[in-house]
Design a protein around this ligand. Sequence first.
Ligand code: DGL
Length: 240
Amino acid sequence: MNNSAIGVFDSGLGGLTCVKELNKLIPNENIIYFGDNARVPYGARGRETILEYAKQDIAFIKKHNVKMIIAACGTVSSVLGCGKTSDGDIPFSGVLLPAAQAACGITKNGKIGVIGTDTTIKSGAYGKAIRGIRPDISVIGNSCPLFVPLVENGFTDRDNPVTKLVVEQYLAPIKREGVDTLILGCTHYPIIRDAISDYMGENVSIISSGEEAAKYAFKMLMSKEMLSERNEKGTNTYYT
Ligand code: DGL
């Protein structure tokens, strides 16, 4: 048992989709959240810059005596890959593997769509993670660079005409391929989930990478016997 906080970071507010799920699953845990809003978006930056930012984000989070770190950012996770499972002696998870596992478990027709930032999609990291689990699956990816600014600027309503138009523009090629599962590979995207699922239709299962990372972290802490034994509700502390 361990009562220290779980550290969660993202380039901005997208990682809160992971925090929301953590609060639901393990409400007695303390959470330290860091959103690097001064430097968002990460997704159009080069690999070296993102690695450097991630190093700084992790260093900040570690000052708060956390028992686990979650990179609730698809872009950072794609650059780091699935191999990083600890930072020093602290368990670590990104969003890549949790989302890939969930999608592989859900798809029936073996066609999975992945949307994310430019860097995420160019890295091909989701495809690699998915094929590592199920080599028979075809993955159709598309980057959606306008989604993060839309979310950060509050264009989140399902009926917002600008958001609807951008959603259609980015998702049309994926819908055409007949995917039955869509990974929201950037943690900002679940915030416009309604507009996305309205366009994709009810037969397409939507996977939130942030939510899946929360479920994965819960299982990881449980298997390591590191869940909190606190009886009362935990606290969320936000840094930006
Ligand atoms: N939430 C981040 C992600 O999951 C947003 C990326 C960005 O800052 O461009 O990729």
